[in-house]
Design a protein around this ligand. Structure first.
Ligand SMILES: Cc1cc2nc3c(=O)[nH]c(=O)nc-3n(C[C@H](O)[C@H](O)[C@H](O)COP(=O)(O)O)c2cc1C
Length: 191
């Protein structure tokens, strides 16, 4: 199984990137993950898209299409989805075979504040609803007070948070297997 991580922060000391690094070490056996590059995606412009799909957008769409699941790991900006991530989603959503159709997705987020990116997560769920992505409902990973949970090297040292992430990753894998088995059984019953 292979996942794509879409991280909503470009910041060097990003808690969400540190969370991604923790995810890499907590994946169930046999699961791999890569990080999408959002930094070189231009601002959405329909005129540009009418000419050609920009290479970084095409690359992102291919990565999403090829992944068994997508994990969003993002801060909350002004109670919502960071523009960086929303812009990337907007681009791929306008492609003929928009790659979020039926794609299993999971969400995580980290903030130094109390509410653990909850408002970003529910705004993101609303966007993903329109794109017909399959969203893992539970467990949810909302990381509060992130500035207290990582060591000076950026390693997630809080065991409760590590366990929360581990549990979501396991649930995501199990659910994707169930979805895949269900789709195969349906196909077989129709032939
Ligand atoms: C434009 C902007 C808006 C923000 N809005 C929120 C917010 O609504 N809720 C929140 O918990 N933190 C908010 N923050 C603080 C971020 O949670 C904090 O900067 C966090 O460290 C960003 O994530 P990162 O460490 O992965 O870069 C905001 C930060 C910025 C730059």
């Amino acid at each position: 199984m292979h996942f794509l991580a879409i991280i909503g922060s470009l910041r060097k000391g990003s808690y969400n990137r540190m969370t991604y690094e923790a995810v890499r070490t907590l994946l169930p056996e046999g699961v791999s993950i890569e990080e999408a590059q959002l930094g070189d995606i231009p601002l959405f412009n329909q005129d540009v898209l009418d000419e050609a799909v920009p290479a970084p957008v095409a690359r992102l769409a291919e990565q999403i299409a090829a992944a068994d699941g997508v994990i969003f790991i993002s801060p909350e900006y002004n109670y919502s989805v960071p523009g960086l991530m929303k812009n990337a989603i907007d681009w791929v959503s306008r492609l003929p075979d928009q790659p979020f159709q039926d794609k299993p997705v999971a969400i995580m987020g980290a903030t130094p504040y109390r509410l653990g990116t909850v408002r970003m997560q529910y705004h993101l769920r609303q966007v993903l609803l329109f794109l017909d992505a399959r969203q893992l409902s539970r467990p949810e990973v909302m990381i509060s007070f992130a500035d207290k949970l990582f060591d000076s090297e950026g390693k997630l040292v809080d065991e409760t948070t590590r366990e929360m992430i581990r549990t979501e990753l396991e649930a995501f894998c199990t659910w994707i297997r169930r979805l895949t088995a269900g789709a195969e059984a349906l196909k077989k019953s129709m032939t």
